[in-house]
Design a protein around this ligand. Structure first.
Ligand code: MLT
Length: 311
């Protein structure tokens, strides 16, 4: 009997294969290579992806026989969920797999930006001992504005409370009471922008959030604020942020995500006060293992015709 084909379109933890077990024919392709993806999809019952593979309408139409798209991570912005639903393809993700890793990276970027760790490192390794040039600021007693107070935003708040920060949260879907229980003061976006010394973004990328932190929002932000985005590129308008940093209104930024990925070019890369990483939020052994096991289990259940529980 032929085994159902599971296509792994991005590098996943070896634990994924163990959790899939022996009942499938596993094939691999580079999902970021469009033509490779489109020719590998027909005949696959399931495709496993991270963020570099675009499962849009065209890819879904090419995937004759596909039953499941499994996203080994949280965000589903690279999957056309309505097109998948219309084609009868189930979409599963691993919504809690990498939340700790993402939160820890956001805190890391905040500290790095506050203390100029990246440029000081670069200077010292380049032979320059620049103590006076790279002074920074403390987090203690500062206000951090968490934009998007879901699972990851809450983990970031919990960690930053340990640094003695006051937590402001903006999230239209969270009540003031719930925010209060978590040690945060729920505010409007304008209040957050006016008060926060640091801002950390933790929103999904949707039509509502795209460009949310654009020119107008940046103009309302407190002078010198440091902005961290380890959520999704495009929520912060990169050109507007680069201008606001160049003008001195925004003090610096820590960015893990970009409107277009992969990228090696951005006006933001010209600024020493901007520390960047190439979408590494979920790239830890622990997160990848959890994500891989979670989606492998969901794929097994879905292809067996069983109910896939919410992760
Ligand atoms: C996510 O949405 O969980 C991350 O972007 C995962 C990833 O980096 O693949």
């Amino acid at each position: 009997m032929t085994k159902p084909v599971v296509l792994i379109a991005e590098e996943l933890s070896p634990a994924t294969l163990d959790a899939l077990g022996p009942d499938f024919e596993v094939r691999h392709c580079d999902g970021a290579d469009r033509s490779q993806l489109l020719s590998a999809l027909p005949g696959a019952s399931a495709v496993l992806i991270r963020s570099a593979t675009k499962m849009d309408g065209e890819a879904i139409a090419a995937a004759k026989g596909l039953k499941v798209i499994a996203r080994a991570g949280v965000g589903l912005d690279n999957v056309d969920v309505p097109a998948a639903t219309k084609a009868g393809v189930m979409v599963v993700n691993a919504p809690t797999s990498n939340i700790t890793s993402a939160a820890e990276l956001a805190v890391g970027l905040m500290l790095a930006a506050a203390r100029n760790i990246a440029p000081a490192n670069q200077a010292l390794k380049g032979g320059a001992w620049k103590r006076s040039q790279y002074g920074g600021v403390e987090l203690l007693d500062k206000k951090v504005g968490i934009v998007g107070f879901g699972r990851i935003g809450q983990l970031v708040a919990e960690r930053l409370k340990g640094f003695g920060m006051e937590i402001l949260a903006y999230d239209p879907y969270v009540s003031a009471q719930k925010a209060g229980q978590l040690g945060a003061r729920l505010v409007t976006l304008d209040e957050l922008l006016a008060e926060a010394d640091f801002i950390s973004i933790h929103l999904p990328k949707t039509a509502e959030t795209l460009g949310l932190i654009g020119k107008d929002a940046l103009a309302k932000a407190k002078k010198g604020v440091i902005i961290v985005n380890a959520a999704r590129g495009g929520i912060v308008d990169e050109a507007a942020l680069a201008d606001a940093i160049a003008s001195g209104h925004i003090g610096g930024a820590g960015l893990d995500v970009f409107a277009s990925e992969p990228t090696t070019v951005s006006p933001l890369f010209d600024h020493e006060s901007v520390v960047v990483t190439p979408h590494l939020g979920a790239s830890t052994e622990e997160a990848q293992e959890k994500a891989g096991i979670s989606v492998a289990k969901s794929v097994r259940l879905a292809l067996a015709g069983d109910i896939v529980p919410d992760a």
